[in-house]
Write a protein that binds this ligand. Sequence first.
Ligand code: PMP
Ligand code: GLN
Length: 388
Amino acid sequence: MLQSKLPDVGTTIFTIMSRLAQEHQAINLGQGFPDFDPDPALCQLVSKAMAEGHNQYPYMTGVPPLRHAIAHKVRTLYGRTYDPDSEITVTSGATEALMAAVLACVGNGDEVVVIEPCYDSYLPAIRLAGGIPVTVPLRAPTQEDPSFRVDWQQVRDAITPRTRLIMMNFPHNPTGIILQDSDLDALENIVRDTGVLLLSDEPYEHIVFDGQHHRSVATRALLSDHAFVISSFGKTYHATGWKVGYCCAPKIMSAELRKIHQFIVFTVSSPMQFALAEYMRDPTPYLELSHFYQIRRDRLAQGLTGSRFKVLPSPGTFFLMADYREISDENEAEFSRWLTVTHGVTVIPVSAFYREPDAPQSNHQLVRFCFAKKESTLDAAIEKLQRV
Ligand code: PMP
Ligand code: GLN
């Protein structure tokens, strides 16, 4: 008989909630994807690449113009110089990069420290590699301090001689929190003292609000010497369905990641890569992305002000969390289902990002709204949410 390698894994919460939204014709502010198209100019570049004959297997590591464009962007924004030939790999979304990085460095019995809540693919990736996830929760919001926060002392305390990797994601899905200089300082101390490797998942790098900026792990030499820095074009260019991402890492780490990448997918759709490379010549779209999304964040946050949802600060990503304790004392999964069925708006329970979604410590009466939506979609949702 087939023995499952992931006995506890079912369908992802994003798929479940999107299906439920469809079934009830609800407005879907659940799964994180835009309900609008990428820039037509970018789509035309894909057609152009096809017409120019970029239709066969591209290089296993990604087409050179795209790897060079990524190197240029990362050097300009974060100061780290990656060699496009040996240190940058184009992947099938951030998801594949995450899986390949974990499989490349985690072995049987190795421990991996994961900051929780975390993206749903992290724990299965660790388990498939034979590793043991050690979760460190973000400190939950309180009345006095309404933000989730990383407790770096707790991260440090979780590290043992068996720890191979720390997995982190900032700007953070689902809480929206971002890193400050003091966070990178604390992380540097941990890496200096322990030599642990880092996986920094940064697909929301260009979505940071209120005049703040993203602090990539690639801004610090010590950190980037130890890190797989992963990102994705999905959020940056409103093209989550294209599934193109990348991983920057020192040569030895990239070499191991590539061994896995070449046998998971071998390579990534050629016309998409040529189009992205050409489109990246102009930095304006990603430099203006924060402004683009801040308008939508503020629209949703203001719209909810008149409701019984209490909005938490969201300094980054295209997600916003809201507290529903004035409405219900159900757990987050039950509340989210009820909201779709009864009020026609779909959200994601934040508890789904915890190892034990049903446990009381994973439930803070919070739901996640995705505001990567047309303003008309947000307005229609706000109208419904105000009636709750
Ligand atoms: N990491 C995080 C934190 C994400 O939110 C997502 C999905 N939005 C991914 C990775 C996966 O990105 P991709 O769609 O490029 O595979
Ligand atoms: N990253 C997206 C989110 O957090 C979902 C991606 C997926 O559906 N796998 O909503």
